[in-house]
Design a binder for this molecule. Structure first.
Ligand code: V0V
Ligand code: CO
Length: 140
């Protein structure tokens, strides 16, 4: 069901500073910057590699307000890995299959993600403490 690691989501206080760090330390390149009001984030995707089933990225996330998913995470845990995003072929189907196994979904249906993707989150409490995102890449 999982095709690849699409992205690792990293929570930070200052997006511009962290972009600078990832560019200068690892030579990564920003391929997208977006504000996602629904998710409460300002985010950037930095391209890591292209594989047979699609690309992988680092996603840097800065909260738009303290009372958001990433804002609360930063206050509780500080900067660090926030979620893992896995590529799937069909996010609606994947949600249905995973829900049938009794795993708690955060999103019953897909939402708008970075670069036109359809995304959905699974609850970390049912995934061994890992906030898990499913990503269906936008078709060109
Ligand atoms: C919270 N918890 C986490 C966590 N955030 N555990 C692992 N990883 C995380 N990132 C734990 C937290 O320690 C608590 O555990 C418990 O969950 C409840 O946390 P809370 O602080 O009370 O917060 P809630 O319940 O209000 O919200 C937590 C959830 C929320 C995970 C439900 O953050 C959420 O809905 N996230 C999905 C949306 C999201 O994260 N969007 C931002 C990325 P204890 O203390 O009870 O043990 S947007 C994105 O990735 C995009 C757009 C994209 O990729 O395209
Ligand atoms: Co993400």
């Amino acid at each position: 069901m999982l095709l690849r690691i699409d992205h690792v989501g990293i929570a930070c206080h200052n997006l511009e500073e962290k972009i600078e760090f990832y560019e200068s330390t690892f030579g990564l390149t920003v391929v997208s910057r977006e504000v996602n009001e629904e998710q409460g984030v300002k985010e950037a995707m930095l391209h890591v590699t292209d594989g047979p089933s699609g690309a992988s990225y680092v996603q840097l996330l800065e909260p738009l307000h303290p009372d958001t998913a990433v804002g609360k995470f930063l206050a509780k845990r500080g900067e660090g890995v926030h979620h893992i995003g896995y590529g799937v072929a069909d996010v609606t189907q994947a949600l249905q299959d995973i829900a049938a196994k009794g795993i708690k979904l955060i999103d019953e249906r897909p939402r708008h993600g970075s670069m036109g993707a359809s995304i959905a989150f699974l609850h970390p409490k049912d995934v061994g403490g890992v906030l898990t995102e499913l990503v269906e890449t936008a078709r060109l």
